[in-house]
Design a protein around this ligand. Structure first.
Ligand code: EPU
Length: 421
């Protein structure tokens, strides 16, 4: 397993370009199952989760070539419409093959994902929606077995704005007979992006980006050629790292509107953020020149749960006390004990973490527990005095393309140690 070693205390300077969005690329790769022609995806990030998805598509019999940033998929006649446990356990987003398989092949067998480091994360809303469209669903031996001759459109009220649930159902409804309405749908930019791609393939979807999505089913979808939107969470991670260390960084190739919920909080904390022609620029003194702000995570357009851990690393350095509430997942504070080991003052009270800012972190050996917690520890390491070693960096590699290689040109003293503890 690889580790990262960081010598902290260096303000970041320069420009960095963000890669394509992981959470847009994953559902779009699943959408290639809706057609038998060759789809070409561009601006695909080189990430472990993308490799896992490609492995899953190949397992099912789809011809898949991965030469980042380009991926092609031809899902002609599939050998087995199935997502096995071995792959789903590595990446729960694999459940998004359920909707497309059922819609195009009439049956699917997909392993139940089980819980994960950040919460129980059930898929009841995905299943409820497919059942409303006429699918017969049974749970057996840890697998979801679903079948239906042809799905039919339905009005589906979602109990919560689930991102992958909305995406799964949108893909299923694209090939259903008649009209589907998803009420209480997720509004994330990645949901909008998937709708854009499905419409390119001949689907008839409107309302994506609002909480009611209308899908008029069609008989057939055709292949597409599409460049994925930039990753707003990767971009946000650079913005927060730059704000925390002080310095001057231009984060290039972003869609500023996608970053607005984060940008609003950064500005509130006193971070100077400007829009430039090629991206967003952060300038400042970092740490004690900034002030504490409270926040609560929420579905888009609220503050993204995927930025909560990184923002908390910033809050350890600023003046004052902030209350960070995690309202989307029930267990997403795994980074807190690690930050505390580095000298942070944080107390968890239920779903809230009270962060007393103004502490100088000191480098330590810490353990990454999930993707965004890992990114938080990288920021903490950049802030800290002395050397920080982050173990289990494979979590980071699931969702950040060559993070250390992008940070090095900004002046960060960060290196990867291959095959560490
Ligand atoms: N939920 C249910 N039942 C369902 C679906 C969701 O109870 O059927 C609950 C979840 O347990 C959670 C809440 O609803 O408490 C929201 O979960 P959601 O379904 O929106 O999450 P997701 O679709 O599984 C995606 C991202 C996550 C991101 C969340 C929230 C992808 C592949 N994953 O997950 O990304 O945190 O939305 O924005 O799009 C990450 O990139 O690090 C990551 C975890």
């Amino acid at each position: 397993m690889d580790n990262l070693v960081i010598e902290g205390g260096v303000p970041l300077h320069g420009a960095v370009r963000v890669s394509g969005a992981k959470n847009a690329a994953l559902p779009i790769l699943c959408a290639t199952l809706l057609t038998d022609g060759t789809c070409t995806l561009r601006n695909v990030p080189a990430l472990r989760d993308l490799e896992t998805t490609a492995a899953l598509l190949r397992f099912m019999g789809a011809e898949t070539t991965v030469t980042p940033p380009v991926v092609t998929v031809r899902a002609g006649s599939l050998r087995r419409p199935e997502a096995p446990y071995e792959l789903v356990k590595q990446m729960r987003a694999s459940v998004m093959v359920l909707g497309p398989l059922l819609a195009r092949h009439g049956r699917a067998r997909v392993s139940l994902p089980g819980g994960c480091a950040i919460g129980a994360r059930p898929i009841d809303q995905h299943l409820k929606g497919l059942q409303a469209m006429g699918a017969k669903i049974t749970l057996e031996h840890g697998y979801v077995n679903a079948e239906c001759a042809r799905l039919r459109g339905a009005t589906i009220p979602l109990d919560m704005a689930t991102v992958t649930g909305t995406e799964n159902l949108m893909m299923a409804a694209a090939l259903a007979r008649g009209r589907t309405q998803l009420v209480g749908a997720a509004r994330e930019p990645e949901v909008e992006e998937l709708a854009r791609v499905l419409n390119k393939m001949g689907a008839r979807i409107d309302g994506a980006g609002t909480d009611v999505i209308h899908i008029e089913g069609v008989d057939h979808l055709h292949p597409m050629d599409h460049a994925i939107i930039p990753d707003r969470i990767e971009a946000g991670t650079f913005l927060v790292a730059a704000a925390a260390t002080g310095g001057d960084v231009l984060v290039e190739g972003v869609v500023p509107e996608h970053l607005e919920p984060l940008a609003a909080r950064l500005r509130q904390a006193g971070v100077e953020l400007t829009r430039e022609e090629t991206g967003l620029r952060v300038r400042g003194e970092g740490g004690r020149s900034l002030r504490a702000v409270d926040l609560s995570t929420a579905p888009h357009p609220g503050f993204p749960t995927d930025m909560q851990a990184q923002f908390m690393a910033l809050m350890t350095a600023v003046q004052g006390t902030s209350v960070v509430t995690e309202a989307v997942f029930e267990n997403r504070f795994m980074h807190v004990p690690e930050l505390v080991r580095m000298g942070a003052e944080i107390e968890v009270r239920g779903r809230a973490a009270v962060v007393t800012g103004g502490t100088k972190l000191s480098g330590a050996t810490v353990m990454a527990t999930d993707l965004r917690a890992s990114a938080c520890l990288v920021i903490a390491g950049l802030l800290a005095e002395g050397s920080t070693e982050i173990l289990r960096v494979y979590h980071l590699d699931r969702g950040y393309e060559a993070l250390e290689k992008k940070l090095q040109p900004l002046g960060a003293r960060i290196r990867r140690v291959r095959g560490g503890a």
